[in-house]
Ligand binder design. Structure first.
Ligand code: NAP
Ligand code: ZN
Length: 353
């Protein structure tokens, strides 16, 4: 029997409060969305997790607490239905989603800096996300997925690689003649930054916290430093004959800031996008200004950054590492793995529809 699309149900992950993953992540049956004007409904094929999903679950000062939330930010899917006014996309098109929605009207949007927009919002926190069988998104946020890129890969890069691109390329302006240090090189952003720095041609060092991660990171690094064993700034000083590196990419925060600054050459720049270990570093500001060092906030890339790094992935020049693929019902296991630092690269969730 034919059933109107809006009467069909779907499975969707709901975050129902702050707490342990198994207790507050629920898969619920809810109605499928209909496409609004200028929107499409995607049949979600894959959706990646990121650390922000863990922050939203455990509670974070920068994330508004209103429950239930419908998480899922990094989305790849197939166009299922198109709303009024959509002529660029048709059912069957394979796409991924630039996950920020901005006002389009302010001085930042006019400059193409969507994530600087004071009205910036995103899927998975401000709008229902992709940890569901279907999701409605504005047609303007879609990009095509090349036929040779599988949907798991397509979901594994949008936020992490775009952020890493912003850190290293548009923000940090890393050049092939330079040296770079990438912290937390096993993480979503970290492993993306590591691959990009290597691809740019910079002499690249990495830090990570376990032997098995160091082995994997070594593919793209001159040397990998286990920072659980010794202060990494001392090791960077040794490796660079006392000079330090031109660029440090730090998303770890409180625990690493002073060592990251100490690792910089005179005139070097530290690019930052996160504070996973905490936001209040105890630093000596003289170590910044007396050595002409710069600290640049590069929290996320704009649409052009998204397209640029997407083209590199399409050409196979860099590629997200998928640590594991989980069904929707096991999303809590993915949270646990990220929380316990058991992941190299990305955790991808695949709804079966
Ligand atoms: N994912 C994104 O798209 C995105 C975008 C903008 C900003 N950010 C921010 O960037 C940070 C990293 O995000 P992510 O999604 O890449 O996270 P992730 O995949 O969980 O990676 C974080 C990595 O940081 C390292 N780490 C060092 N100290 C840590 C600590 N105390 N707790 C947990 N991990 C620690 C770990 O790597 P080692 O074991 O190798 O040290 C871990 O793999 C977060 O603060 C996030 O808010 C992320
Ligand atoms: Zn705006």
């Amino acid at each position: 029997m034919w059933v109107e699309p809006h009467q069909r149900g779907m499975q969707a992950v709901h975050l129902v409060g702050n707490g342990p993953a198994e207790e507050v992540l629920e898969v619920r049956e809810i109605p499928r969305p209909d496409p609004g004007s200028e929107e499409v409904v995607l049949d979600v094929r894959a959706c990646a997790l990121q650390h922000a999903d863990v922050f939203a679950r455990v509670g974070h000062p920068e994330i508004k607490d209103s429950f239930p939330k419908r998480p899922g930010t990094e989305i790849a899917g197939v166009v299922d239905e198109v709303g009024d006014g959509v002529d660029r996309w048709s059912p069957g098109d394979r796409v991924n989603v630039y996950h920020h929605v901005s006002c389009g009207d302010c001085e930042f949007c006019e400059r193409g800096e969507q994530t600087m927009c004071p009205h910036d919002r995103k899927f998975g926190s401000d709008f229902p996300g992709g940890l569901a069988e279907y999701v409605a998104v504005p047609a303007a946020n879609l990009e095509p997925v090349p036929s040779h890129i599988d949907m798991t890969t397509a979901a594994a890069w949008p936020s992490s690689f775009t952020t890493a691109w912003r850190m290293l390329v548009t923000g940090g302006e890393l050049r092939p003649s330079e040296t770079a240090l990438i912290l937390g090189a096993s993480g979503g952003v970290g492993h993306a930054a590591l691959q990009l720095a290597d691809r740019i041609g910079a002499e690249t060092y990495a830090t990570t916290s376990a032997d098995w991660k160091a082995e994997r990171a070594a593919t793209w690094a001159e040397a990998v430093i286990d920072y659980s064993e010794a202060p990494f700034d001392e090791r960077v000083t040794e490796l660079t004959d006392g000079r330090g590196v031109d660029l440090v990419a730090d998303h770890v925060g409180e625990e690493t800031w002073q060592q990251s600054i100490n690792s910089l050459a005179t005139g070097g720049r530290m690019v930052i996008c996160g504070a996973t270990s905490g936001p209040d570093p105890d630093i000596d500001i003289r170590s910044v200004y007396q050595r002409h060092r710069q600290i640049l906030g590069t929290p996320m890339g704009n649409r052009q950054d998204f397209r640029a790094v997407g083209r590199m992935i399409g050409r196979g020049e860099v590629s997200p590492v998928v640590d594991r693929v989980l069904p929707l019902k096991n999303v809590a296991n993915g949270h646990r793995a990220i929380e316990n630092r058991e992941v190299f690269g990305k955790v991808v969730v695949k709804p079966i529809s």
